[in-house]
Unconditional design. Structure first.
Length: 132
């Protein structure tokens, strides 16, 4: 299990780079060169971030991307949810279907506690604090 997938990692790096531009439009080509992210992957990620209204896109010559919300309002947990779906540690790993013992399972209760703590911690990390 990976906590952060490649798409989420690329999204974090792209948003952080755009945030450092401080309101200037950042062209996709500049992001590709600076972050060394393959253009097809980056395009897909930027489109998704635009769809979820974290970025604003500008088309044409001089076009590119700016943040649609402040960097401090974009949490790591939010990006994980966008690119990886709901964060889950507590699905039973012993079977493919739902386990009938979930109410009595001691392991599930402990993993649920870890999950709650991890979600809280990841939610507290935002792009702004990653920039320093």
């Amino acid at each position: 299990m990976k906590l952060i997938t490649r798409d989420t990692d690329y999204a974090i790096r792209a948003i952080a780079y755009i945030a450092c531009a401080k309101g200037k439009i950042t062209p996709a080509g500049e992001l590709t060169r600076a972050l060394k992210i393959p253009r097809p992957f980056l395009r897909k990620i930027l489109q998704k971030l635009n769809h979820f209204r974290l970025l604003k896109s500008y088309k044409g010559q001089g076009g590119g991307f700016i943040l649609a919300v402040p960097a401090k309002k974009i949490s790591l947990m939010q990006l994980i949810n966008i690119f990886q779906g709901p964060f889950r540690l507590n699905e039973c790993f012993l079977k493919k279907e739902a386990c009938p013992n979930t109410a009595k399972c001691g392991l599930k209760r402990r993993i649920d506690n870890i999950e709650r703590h991890l979600v809280k911690e990841l939610g507290a990390i935002n792009i702004g604090c990653l920039l320093g």
